[in-house]
Write a new protein. Structure first.
Lengths: 124, 331
């Protein structure tokens, strides 16, 4: 709904400010922290773009897996409890497939260059 | 304690830092964790300055409650040296009367600890293929350190570690199915502690001083040493988080399992099954994931409001993607 600027444009404007104006003025540990800040904004950017879709897919998988309706948080809590209590088998292919798909979506937002993501994608 | 006061106090014991030393100078702070300070200092001798490193407990330490006292750390390094393992020399451990606090001095070792450089830089290309075997041989030496006469350290086992980290995870209040599944798997398959040895506890890139010419020159950071399963050390260096992008080389991003295990055995280490190493690797990934969560918590509760502490919380997912790959492999 909200445009001109969009959320992504705002994030890009702040990234541009940090990189071109602020970072060159910084010293020592603050140089490192400015880089971390830019990484945080890039993560936020990816989450704005893909977070809602990832959660919708995860919720749909959870509804299938748990055989009940509900939102992501309540179903995820129920799944954690089922794993903990042993009412769901941790080697069950449907469970592994759900966890794999969810964590691939999350790492694509959190750390898209992580070597373990490439390995997980290559592993099918 | 101010740097000038610290330097003055160190000068009082200068003669003990290096043969013939008459003073100490150029004290410089290298890094300061919440639980540990590292300083460089020169011992001044008639034949020139000797570069040394000072490890010191901050005046009001926070952070890891698992760390052994610095005097214990120094004693373990000396015990490792007696066994022939590559470690820094420890010329002096400060006493209370010295007024420096809890601290010791060690020799400076040339080399690189940053995993990203060791795994990627051309300077290390020639030595890289030899590093996994060196790690195996050195771990065999560490695990052969006689336990009699060692200072008191904690005892651990897979189940003790799981209990400890599960409690930390639960205290975070997070709901992460992969961590839950890893806990179930690791509890179910926890190996019995057949043979207890000294375990370094943090044997990985970052704590290994690697020289481009001859490789592993010193094993550093003994603060998490304990008695436990020797396979713990072999598994920890295989955790993907320490491979710095080189996923195809399980040992520290530079070597293969067989190189590590063969060299361990050749150096007199009691053979360890690959399966047991991989068990500890999985436990290690989970442990690092939970450690990232606790570092994020120090941001969330206001103890360390830096963006770096906030962002480290987004690295738990890295360990979870490694865990799901490992869980699928054993399912």
């Amino acid at each position: 709904m909200i445009e001109q600027p969009t959320a992504l444009e705002l994030v890009d404007a702040v990234i541009g400010f940090i990189e071109t104006r602020a970072a060159p003025q910084l010293k020592d540990r603050d140089v490192f922290l400015a880089r971390v800040a830019v990484n945080a904004l890039l993560t936020l950017r990816r989450e704005i773009e893909h977070g809602a879709a990832a959660e919708a897919s995860a919720t749909a998988r959870l509804q299938d897996l748990m055989g009940e309706e509900g939102d992501f948080a309540s179903l995820n809590t129920a799944l954690c409890q089922a794993i903990r209590e042993g009412t769901i088998d941790i080697t069950a292919p449907a469970l592994l497939a759900h966890m794999r798909a969810s964590i691939i979506d999350q790492v694509q937002i959190d750390q898209p260059n992580y070597s373990g993501l490439k390995a997980a994608l290559a592993g099918g | 304690m101010e740097a000038a006061d610290l330097e003055r106090a160190i000068n009082q014991v200068a003669a003990k830092l290096a043969p013939g030393a008459t003073g100490a100078s150029d004290l410089r702070r290298l890094s300061g964790g919440a639980s540990q300070e590292t300083w460089s200092i020169l011992a001044n001798t008639p034949s020139g300055d000797v570069p040394l490193i000072l490890r010191r407990r901050p005046d009001s330490p926070t952070g890891s409650g698992n760390a052994v006292p610095l005097a214990t750390e120094a004693a373990l390094i000396r015990a490792a040296a007696a066994r022939g393992a590559p470690v820094p020399t420890v010329p002096y451990v400060f006493e209370e009367a010295d007024g420096v606090g809890e601290a010791y001095v060690m020799g400076k070792v040339e080399g690189e600890t940053l995993g990203s450089r060791i795994v990627r830089n051309d300077a290390f290309a020639a030595i890289r293929p030899k590093l996994a075997a060196q790690c195996g041989a050195v771990l065999a030496q560490i695990h052969a350190i006689p336990l009699e006469g060692l200072p008191e350290v904690a005892h651990s086992s897979a189940l003790v570690e799981l209990e400890k980290y599960e409690a930390v995870y639960r205290a975070c209040g997070a709901e992460r199915p992969i961590i839950e599944a890893a806990l179930v798997h690791l509890k179910r398959h926890a190996p019995a502690l057949e043979r207890q040895t000294l375990v370094h506890g943090d044997f990985r890139n970052g704590n290994l001083m690697i020289h481009p010419e001859d490789g592993l020159r010193a094993v550093l950071d003994w603060e998490l040493a304990h008695l436990g399963d020797p396979a713990e050390d072999l598994g920890w260096i295989c955790v993907n988080s320490w491979r710095f992008g080189n996923h195809a080389k399980p040992v520290g991003g530079f070597g293969d399992y067989s190189q590590l295990l063969d060299a361990y055995e050749a150096a007199g280490g009691t053979p360890i099954a690959l399966e047991r190493v991989k068990y500890w690797q999985m436990l290690g990934s989970m442990k690092w994931g939970i450690m990232c969560m606790t570092m994020y918590l120090s941001f969330a509760n206001g103890a360390d409001p830096s963006v770096e502490r906030a962002m480290i919380g987004r690295r738990t997912s890295e360990t979870e993607i490694d865990l799901i790959t490992l869980l699928e492999a054993v399912a």
